[in-house]
Write a protein that binds this ligand. Structure first.
Ligand code: 5RP
Length: 294
């Protein structure tokens, strides 16, 4: 109950001290509203500015992918080591403990599978996303796919509109079409189109040459997908080079959960992404963890 009498008079007004006004640490997101910044600050570590997202949404187009056959056995133990999890609502409701308290990059689109024509997508219900307490809405953009480019860009812009209404950022995921190569020209074009359409963060692939042109051409943070499983040291080298050339993190799946020692791998990826460890140092961490936990 508010007291009307006997209160201590307020006097510490800090006269002459300008009110502190903090900038925002994440590229291109200084002007979004408070709820979005709060969610983005759960996904990206405000100290390093980076994030290790664990992706296990593959089943929505690929079915029981290797390493994801029993997500309760392979993914649930990895969740505590991630900064953010990227998954479908099916995975959330079945194997992700709500007590894990990790921000969720939610697979917000759905559609055709690897058995048909990929990328014929629709988006889901924003109320479902809010009910699930998600922190980011992930939507595919099939730039250069003549049949599905328009559909996926409409999905992206609709998602940005819904996300903006409720303070939830959008992750634009650049899917690579059949006839397109993963080079800096394509990746910067696709990523830039997602950003221009309002995506707050972009997920794309790393490319061997001129990746810094991709990160520089895009006005919001970029996180890289890992792609197909590589030898562990090569996957760490890819993460290192991506961060070194301006990526804000990784959104990695197969190169973590298909590794010989998945926990060792995510710890080694974290060392690169958050602590600037070299590839040799991170690989040594991986080997040590693996050998100690056989
Ligand atoms: C598919 C996705 C996947 O989550 C993504 O490709 C990440 O996984 P991986 O590191 O295995 O490539 O966004 O569109």
């Amino acid at each position: 109950m508010a007291d009307r009498e006997g209160n201590i008079d307020p006097k510490d007004f800090g006269i002459g001290i300008p009110q502190k006004s903090e900038g925002f640490f994440l590229k291109g997101n200084s002007h979004v509203e408070w709820g979005m910044k709060s969610r983005l600050s759960r996904i990206f570590d405000p100290k390093s500015g980076h994030s290790v997202m664990l992706a296990f949404d593959h089943g929505f187009i690929m079915g029981p992918t290797s390493g994801l056959e029993r997500m309760d056995l392979t993914i649930t133990p990895l969740i505590p080591y991630s900064d953010c999890i990227m998954c479908t609502r099916g995975a959330l409701r079945t194997i992700v403990p709500p007590t894990c308290n990790k921000p969720i990059s939610y697979r917000f689109d759905a559609g055709t599978s690897i058995l048909t024509e990929l990328n014929d997508q629709c988006i889901q219900d924003i109320e479902e996303a809010i009910r699930l307490n998600v922190s980011m809405l992930a939507v595919m953009a099939a730039i250069g796919d003549p049949e599905h480019e328009g559909i996926t860009i409409r999905n992206l812009t609709k998602t940005v509109d819904l996300g903006t209404k409720y303070g939830i950022p959008t992750l634009g995921v650049t899917a690579v079409g059949k006839n397109l190569v993963r080079d800096s020209r394509y990746l910067s074009l696709a990523s830039r189109i997602c950003a221009e359409n309002g995506a707050n963060v972009i997920k794309t692939y790393f490319c061997e040459e001129k990746f810094e042109q991709v990160t520089n051409a895009v006005p919001v943070p970029i996180v890289i997908a890992g792609g197909k499983k590589l030898p562990e040291r090569d996957a760490l080298a890819m993460a290192y080079r991506a961060i070194d050339q301006g990526a804000a993190g990784v959104d990695m799946g197969r190169n973590i959960f298909q590794a010989e020692c998945p926990i060792g791998m995510i710890l080694a990826v974290r060392a690169i992404v958050h602590e600037n460890k070299s590839v040799d140092e991170a690989f040594e961490m991986y080997e040590t963890y693996k050998n100690e936990h056989k």
